[in-house]
Write a protein that binds this ligand. Sequence first.
Ligand code: HEC
Ligand code: HEC
Length: 341
Amino acid sequence: MRQPILSLLLVAGFAAPAAAGALDPKKLLDEAKAVFQPLPAVPVAKDSVDAARVELGRRLFFENRVSMDGNVNCAHCHLPDRQASDGLPKAIGVFGKENPRNAPSIFNAALNVKQHWRGDRESLEDQAEKSLLGPASFGNPDQATAMGKLKAIPAYPEAFAKAFPGDKDPVNSRNWGVAVGAFERTLLTPSKFDAFLSGDVKALTPQQLAGLRLFIDTGCAACHNGVGVGGNSFQKFGVVEDYWKETGAKTPDKGRADVTKNDVDLYVFKVPSLRNVAKTAPYFHDGSVEDLPKAVEIMGKTQLGKTLSRQETADIVAFLGALTGAAPANYAAPEPFPDAR
Ligand code: HEC
Ligand code: HEC
């Protein structure tokens, strides 16, 4: 899964001389199209079962009653008004327990190669199912406890039966994962950059164009590329120097090495998608950096050995702003099913 950095740097035009003078947006568009792709269309329900799954998934996503303290749902840490992140360095779950890492946005997460910073979840479905047991998320001792809470709410067995027709015991954690995943797959956030990639050269401001030029030329796009502008590979955080020297993190996280038990994965993390990044501070797997210009400067140093000027940083930050899309209209809690009486 790790891509050789050097060849990517070459593909991304790293070796090419920096553009001189005025930018040619059409030429830049052609180059950008070789490195990035616009978001696909939001998947439409194939049939009524599919539609029932997405709707059930939305309901489960906003369901507090399945957590051990009754106060935590998925949106507790993936807030609608924070572009599905939570604004905290590290997320706080059931009974106020702190999660070891920062909550990323889940918008466009369907495009990720794997889920979580260390890629320890295979898919959206796997992630959702395991969340139920996370000691710092929902805190259930086992899946039967979690499912028992749903079965006690009379409308759920009916809603699961509609979404999973033919299942003898449809209220199960696998189906929970499938339904929540189906909902998450609808959460795509098209941005100005998608309009640009689709041919509208006026969609980006001159500063954003300059930032895109730099993003490609300095080598950011060697890792942050594809449809997610990241999310599609694993790379070491700290290629040139130890990341904690720049971020100030007190106890370095070993990253993917703790998952694969392989030394080559020491300090390796999933390259995050940069879609919506302007709205998801604080930054990095441990939320150690509060503002985006600082995060960009650190990336220049730790990943590329480059000190970006204030102007270059500002231009790149402006470009990253073009990756913000509106929160999808369906990312909102439905009226909860009534409790059993
Ligand atoms: C207590 C806060 C909290 C709750 C509750 C929570 N999450 Fe998260 N979520 C996180 C954190 C923290 C991470 C990063 C974990 C890691 O990488 O180790 C994360 C990561 C994710 C990711 C991976 C995104 C990526 O880019 O890798 C997805 C998808 C996700 N959560 C969906 C959900 C769903 C669905 C639920 C409900 C079933 C949920 N989360 C509940 C905090 C939370
Ligand atoms: C060698 C691969 C690589 C290169 C080159 C690279 N990055 Fe990153 N980037 C990463 C990885 C890996 C992370 C995740 C680090 C972590 O928190 O563990 C990351 C994280 C980030 C973040 C934080 C995102 C968040 O949600 O917290 C930003 C912003 C970012 N990169 C921007 C850039 C910019 C701008 C450049 C060019 C100056 C760049 N990156 C170059 C691999 C790379």
